[in-house]
Design a protein around this ligand. Structure first.
Ligand SMILES: Nc1ncnc2c1ncn2[C@@H]1O[C@H](COP(=O)(O)OP(=O)(O)OP(=O)(O)O)[C@@H](O)[C@H]1O
Ligand SMILES: [Mg+2]
Length: 304
């Protein structure tokens, strides 16, 4: 079931196209990472989904609904935080959640559970202004989950946190997903996304340049590093190898991008042509490698 779908969603600010024909599809149960460098259009896209920013073009559906009134109703099934959550600095964490619960029409007896999930039970009576950044982010997550939203939209939920804070946020997100929520989160913390998300879209200058399951993005992306005493012969056979999709040369090594992960076949191919490897190893690619490739200034665009 498709929970969120955008088609050709666009936002222009004068001559700048901040979000450029973004088409995304988020299915129920996914933890969907919306990735992109600074200024690539993540917050603007989320602002449009939440009805804070008016699109210049395109459309989107939530829970299969579009159009003004229907979207308004659909948004009640969403929990969201934008970059800087609004809380009253002088109120306690708990009282801030009471305000949030009242606005959302959620019973106050759900507050204890939300505080528990984000690990703020012990500090619930402290004023918000005394919270550390990590505690503020966790309180924002607690407010977001009030009312058991079916779709949770988070803009940079782990921004500015230390490794411990990031781990806590990751665990909260995974806990929400385990309870059945669909999650859409923007981030440029690739390690976090690789460990949390099931699917990603990568944005560059407002355009989606990749959209895929995390598993598929990182798999099908084996790089073999090879070396041989005869570098010229090595270059030649790698160029002829059918499953090679690209090569880079660093020092005396060739890094061969493969369409499969069959190193034995590469080895055999070379051997049959009289080239023996002095080194052959697989270099697993991370989401970071894929991200850097996809968002490089000279990268070729186009959704995968
Ligand atoms: N109100 C506005 N008026 C003019 N330009 C804007 C406005 N809001 C955003 N922009 C521009 O739109 C582009 C996308 O910005 P956006 O905040 O969506 O990026 P982002 O991906 O969220 O970046 P970050 O990772 O830094 O949060 C940027 O070039 C930004 O300067
Ligand atoms: Mg942003």
């Amino acid at each position: 079931m498709t929970i969120l779908e955008t088609s050709g969603l666009t936002k222009r600010y004068g001559r700048l196209t901040a979000v450029d024909h973004v088409s995304l599809s988020v299915e129920k149960g996914q933890v969907f990472g919306f990735l992109g460098p600074n200024g690539s259009g993540k917050t603007t896209t989320i602002g449009m989904l939440l009805g804070i920013i008016t699109p210049s073009g395109g459309a989107f559906r939530m829970f299969g609904r579009d159009g003004g009134d229907e979207l308004h109703a659909a948004r009640r099934r969403i929990g969201a935080t934008l970059e800087t959550p609004n809380f009253y600095p002088y109120l306690s964490g708990r009282d801030n959640l009471r305000v949030a619960a009242r606005i959302k029409g959620v019973a106050e007896d759900r507050i204890g559970e939300a505080l528990d999930i984000v690990g703020l039970t012990g500090r619930q009576k402290d004023a918000f202004r005394k919270y550390s950044l990590g505690m503020k982010q966790r309180l924002a997550l607690a407010a977001t989950m009030l009312g058991d939203p079916e779709l949770i939209i988070l803009d940079e939920p782990a921004n500015g946190l230390d490794p411990e804070g990031m781990r806590e946020v990751r665990e909260i997100i995974l806990a929400l997903a385990a309870r059945g929520a669909t999650i859409f989160l923007s981030s440029h913390l690739l390690n976090e996304v690789e460990r949390t998300c099931t699917h990603v879209a990568i944005l560059r200058s407002g355009k989606v340049v990749r959209q895929s399951a995390v598993r598929d993005l990182v798999a099908g992306a084996t790089v073999a590093s090879v070396a041989s005493d005869d570098l010229a012969a090595l270059r030649r056979i790698v160029a002829e190898y059918p499953a090679a999709t690209g090569t880079e040369e660093r020092g005396d090594r060739l890094f061969v991008h493969l369409a499969d992960d069959d190193l034995a076949s590469l080895n055999r191919f070379a051997h049959e042509r009289g080239v023996t490897f002095s080194h052959l190893a697989v270099e697993k690619r991370t989401l970071e490698d894929v991200f850097i490739e996809a968002t490089a200034k000279d990268a070729v665009g186009g959704a995968a």
